[in-house]
Write a protein that binds this ligand. Sequence first.
Ligand code: NIG
Ligand code: FE
Length: 408
Amino acid sequence: MRRLLVRDLAQVASPGGGTAPLRGRALADLEVVEDAYVLCAGDRIEAVGRMRDLGPLPDDVAELDGRGLSAVPGLVDCHTHACFAGDRVEEFALRAGGASYEELHAAGGGIFATVRATRAAGEEGLRTAVRRHRAWMLRSGTTTWEAKSGYGLDRETELAQLRVIRSEAGVPTWLGAHAVPPEHPDADAYLDFALEEVLPEAASLAVAADVFLERGAFDAAQARRFLVACQRAGLALRLHGDQFTESGAIPLAVELGARSVDHLEATGPAGVAALARSDVAGVLLPASALFLDRPMPPARALVDAGAAIALATDFNPGSAFTESMPLVLCLAATQLHLSPAEALSAATVNAAHVLGCADDVGRLARGYAADVVLVDAPDWRHLAYHLAGDVVRIVIRGGTVAWSRAAY
Ligand code: NIG
Ligand code: FE
């Protein structure tokens, strides 16, 4: 079997324990090994330990010099909209001049601008875009990524989005209720169409369903109807909730046993308490709050109350044009007041939990996927500390070097 030894690493840092999700104090419980190695066998991790405990290995083991570097698990981006065509740079400039995201959406721009570009791109155009975005994510250290549909909102394009995400090894989520496209008179009529015409095939392509529960998108009753039908079809449930207003996303998520509610910038104390009592994860997207100049979600309160939280980019052309999980980790430390250790757990093992793959990815431990990020510093916390820096040096995915930055 092909083996790869990463040797002489200054540090290896990985979320502790063997369970997921990590909550409360356990979120900060990292195992940090100094002067360490990671041994990969095939696409799995065979061992992690101290150099001085490394026994003799056969000659055919490939070696990577880890001197001056540190290692963390491959990052897991559990919330992206990476399957889109076109851009929204015009809208970005308008927002800089004072236009609001919600106004632009209400005027037929925003999400609808991307829907027009995505419908026009065709399946091969979308594949080209996703490959490009996936390469951006990889060089930022993301080895597992989710991506949503939701920019087609017609049968053909929604299914094309899901097929492309799947075939490019993303984790596909059917965001069948993202916005009401102009060919339908209202949200209920659109849902009639989506549930009858798209859900049966979407359910065989996606692992989860998602809805934008917000004023100007879908209300709680419409979201319930959509999610219940998706759950019956075998999909896990996610919600975009409490982004601008508290419109009932958390109670609905708890009632239906959803995997996550994502955004939470508008969540108040009752929502924090309800989430903490539940098994629903809160996915925090600080890059989106920053990009839209919105309040940050109550991350500290959520962790202290015992809620399961994860971090993600929300990568999309409108509200968060970034693929960088290291940037998200920096925002987690500076804006959400999470420690770097809490942020790393939220961006690895807990994010994997949201995607239903925490047994496979998110930890550097024997038996897990050999997905490893080598950070260009002897202390792994530079991953969060170096604001928008070139901090990822080498990315190993499935036991092979998938990307590396030239040494300076
Ligand atoms: O998570 N809020 C709804 N959906 C996305 C943004 C989509 C877009 O603006 O294109 C979000 O922020
Ligand atoms: Fe989103």
